[in-house]
Ligand binder design. Structure first.
Ligand code: NAD
Length: 509
């Protein structure tokens, strides 16, 4: 009997020479009009990793003009859905074929542990496969009005999408938007975060090789204020897709308001993990650890606030702290590494200040809280667990965006819900209990876009993704993405004669 051999493990190492990361506009790689560049750092050493073209308004103008032309005059919006789907499938295959390059670049760029990056790269490819499958299945609705009318809806692409992306998981987060936007027939100008330029340039190459026509996908590198801002207010852009901090999101929505841009914004989070006394403690502990310490703690849906019912509070926080002390901090290229470096020295400094503020307020640092010994070069931090914070403390209220879990006890269901809802954010929530009615009740009472019951953050691509309150506006994922990336037009058709008011007949009326 023949057996399929499992694929050999993908070996990833720092090998590629990284040249200047150029913009990709109208099918070609280009330097900035003004010729400027900026440096991006290696988070493991803070040495300069790469230079990127420093995009300005003039580069954004060129990219938007190319995207506009491709939308208004090019074939992409008018292709049959399954023809576009075939291109999306080639993109997915292109990402898989070049997975080692994508993984190497992103591990170097943002310090993501290589083992986790392999999963994220696979997911990036899946984003294209998924939307290649679902878009051709998208149907409109029809409304029969007796024998007089039939009305039906059609979906049309909206136009040029400006995508402004963060640095914490650039490949996965950008492909998650690019795939449905392209499937629906839009054209794109992507501005990656200035701290993570590497995978966007490679993605441009893969999309081009997969047959995406010139001008349909463009990349402009650069800073938020000088490249992101001109994109967010550009009159040639119809849609703004933004993932990043809440304050930036509101600036970007305001910038798009004069030209009435439709926007979908995925913002910050401070998601609660609520553990009731009847929960399975082992699963709750495993999930709480994974939920805060994967992706270097720089994760929008991180379960960063642990709320535990008082009878098991000490047991749970101690178990989590003991495991956190064993989390392997180190070279992100090492398969055994669980926690890589934080993105930049200034971000690292901010996270350390948060830990100090908790100490100053008398909270107990049960694990971590320090730069690991001998790791002063680069932005390293131990996995940190802080118990006995208060509802008012900064570390309870504000998004730290690092490997820092804060914990406090609660007495009953009402208090658990109150504490879960006691921040400005509402992205994700995690509820642990074996009381089925309470599980659903609490899930419904928490102000959140997404809630997991007795589960870590496992996503199905068909489900909606997004937050409430300061965590965002809009839902993407599954068919929900098409409510954003498509216009819905209603066509009203009279099937015969029907009453039409007769105006202007004067006395003949
Ligand atoms: P950020 O807001 O600092 O930057 C995001 C992007 O916006 C970057 O490309 C940046 O250059 C650009 N930008 C900055 N100022 C701008 C301006 N004035 N005009 C236009 N563009 C501008 O966010 P970040 O630090 O890169 O990312 C971390 C944040 O992202 C965290 O708050 C995290 O929770 C959030 N995030 C949310 C989700 C989600 O799905 N809800 C996912 C990932 C990250």
């Amino acid at each position: 009997m023949s057996q399929t051999q499992p694929a050999p493990p993908l070996e990833i190492a720092r090998t590629t020479e990284l040249g200047l990361q150029r913009h990709f506009i109208d099918g070609t790689f280009r330097e900035s009009v003004a010729g400027g560049t900026f440096e991006s750092l290696d988070p493991a050493t803070n040495a300069v990793l790469v230079q990127a073209a420093d995009g300005q308004a003039a580069d954004v103008d060129l990219a938007v003009a190319a995207a506009r032309r491709a939308f208004d005059e090019g074939p992409w919006p008018h292709m049959k859905a399954d023809e576009r789907a075939a291109v999306l499938r080639r993109i997915a295959n292109g990402i898989r074929d070049r997975a080692a390059e994508f993984i190497e670049r992103e591990v170097r760029d943002i310090g993501m542990p290589v083992k986790q990056m392999k999963g994220l790269a696979a997911r990036a490819a899946k984003n294209f496969d998924y939307y290649a499958d679902v878009f051709p299945e998208l149907t409109g609705k029809s409304f029969q009005v007796g024998d007089e009318f039939v009305n039906y809806t059609i979906r049309k692409p909206v136009g040029v999408a400006g995508m402004i992306m963060p640095w914490n998981a650039p490949l996965m987060l950008s492909t998650w938007r690019i795939a449905p936007a392209l499937a629906a027939g839009n054209t794109i100008v992507l501005k990656p975060a200035e701290w993570s330029p590497l995978t966007a340039t490679l993605l441009a190459e893969v999309l081009h090789d997969a047959g995406v026509p010139e001008g349909v996908f463009n990349v402009v590198h650069g800073y938020g204020e000088t490249a992101g801002a001109p994109l967010s207010k550009h009159p040639g852009v119809n849609l703004i897709c933004f993932t990043g901090e809440t304050t930036t999101g509101s600036t970007i929505i305001a910038a798009g308001a004069p030209t009435l841009k439709r926007s979908s914004v995925e913002l910050g989070g401070k998601s609660p993990v609520v553990v009731f006394a009847d929960a399975d403690p082992e699963q709750a502990v495993d999930a709480a650890l994974a939920q805060i310490f994967t992706l270097n703690g720089q994760r929008c849906t991180a379960g960063s606030r642990l709320l535990v019912q008082r009878p098991i509070y000490e047991q749970i926080v101690t178990a989590i702290a003991e495991r956190a002390k064993n989390i392997r901090v180190g070279d992100p290229f090492d398969e055994a590494t669980e926690l890589g470096p934080l993105i930049r020295p200034e971000h690292h400094g901010r996270v350390l200040e948060y830990i100090q503020s908790a100490r100053d307020e008398g909270a107990r640092v049960l694990a971590g809280g320090e730069v690991p010994e001998g790791m002063d070069e680069g932005n390293w931090l131990q996995a940190t667990v802080i118990a006995d914070v208060t509802e008012r403390s900064k570390v309870f209220q504000e998004e730290i965006f690092g490997p820092v879990l804060v914990a406090m006890p609660f007495d009953d269901e009402d208090e658990a819900v109150h504490l879960a809802n006691a921040t400005e954010y509402g992205l994700a929530a995690y509820v642990w209990t074996n009381d089925i009615q309470r599980a659903h009740r609490v899930a419904h009472r928490i102000d959140t876009g997404m809630c997991w019951i007795n589960s870590q953050n496992v996503r199905d691509l068909r489900t909606p993704f997004g937050g409430v309150k300061a965590s965002g506006i809009g839902r993407e994922g599954g068919d929900y993405a098409f409510d954003f990336y498509c216009e819905t037009e209603i066509v009203h058709v009279a099937l015969g004669s029907h009453h039409i008011p007769k105006l202007g007949l004067g006395d003949q009326d």
